[in-house]
Design a protein around this ligand. Sequence first.
Ligand code: NAD
Ligand code: UD1
Length: 338
Amino acid sequence: MTQPSVLVTGASGYIGSHTCVCLLQNGWHVIGIDNFSNSSPNVIRRIEQIAQRSMSFHLADIRDSSAISELCRQQNITAVIHFAGLKSVSESVSKPLDYFDNNVCGSVTLLRVLQQEGVRQLVFSSSATVYGEPNTVPVTEDAPTSATNPYGRSKLIVEQMLSDLIQADPTWRIATLRYFNPVGAHESGLIGEDPRDIPNNLMPFIAQVAVGRRHELRVFGDDYPTIDGSGVRDYIHVMDLARGHLAALHRLSTHAGSFTVNLGTGRGISVLQAVAAFEQASGHTIPTRRVARRSGDIATCYASPARAAALLGWQAEYDLDKMCTDHWRWQRNNPDGY
Ligand code: NAD
Ligand code: UD1
């Protein structure tokens, strides 16, 4: 009998790589797959270097059912963490079919294989984007959901599909994790977020300004009803997020049934507060320019992390300073990414 293993899709991506480190350090046998559409093969060596353990990695696409079937048969896979997917809101608007193919059809293919192979524990990467424009904050898991772009719709469709699957076959145990805004990097500075194009998200953009790759940050909006007129979000350290996956896996292995939880800190931070913290952490001034609101943006969004605490015994530990310090170490040591 081989050791129980976890299959990680999107293992070389930003959140996947940090979660693989945590899994290895906590004794899991990790089988990672990725098609490298948004990541580098170099990541795997670095995960192993940090964890001081090796993982099994396979270049594979989640839409390739025979490759996934074969992995399930070769390895004693007990659970899957499903990160693989495309994640750019703006790209999803111009290429919606790519997003539905990858995120929705890819998940269908993966789930079919798992069903055939008898794997019934799944952790799914969802997003706070499914809350659309929240009516109240902090946002609880019972808040209404909606989609305002194809990326968000692809996440919502998969969530709904998973809920139908659980209804049809209650032997499934599925954890749907709604991430708020992941930032930061492993404190070794060896792995971190490495956007291929101009970053859409705030923290990687600030970091590229600090390291001299971009000359200024455009702050979208100056008249939101917030502390300083800029948007407020719930930034969460990627290692806290990674630990949340271990807690979810533990819950699935010890309790029947499925659940949906927010992974956030419960604290709202404005763009200007994030800039100030990054300046402090990096010792660099971040030139900013206030510009019009970005279409599709909302004023304020932060999580109620209460259910995650109650169900998983998990809460975020790292503050904004630690997020910025670790993000900066990664950016400074790897100015051009991997
Ligand atoms: P990422 O792009 O860094 O990682 C995703 C990985 O999946 C990449 O390495 C990519 O190459 C791989 N991939 C994509 N399509 C694939 C396919 N068909 N087969 C195999 N591999 C494939 O993104 P991330 O930030 O690590 O996000 C991981 C998951 O979390 C995604 O599903 C994303 O939608 C979700 N999420 C991310 C955020 C965020 O801000 N980073 C927020 C909420 C939810
Ligand atoms: C974005 C996505 C969301 C996704 C999330 C995490 C949009 C409309 N939404 O959300 O679907 O789940 O990322 O990947 O893209 N900001 C600036 N200047 C910048 C970049 C951002 O001022 O150059 C501001 C934004 O207006 C916002 C805050 O920074 O107030 C955070 O932005 P971002 O990191 O893109 O995250 P979200 O807007 O929460």
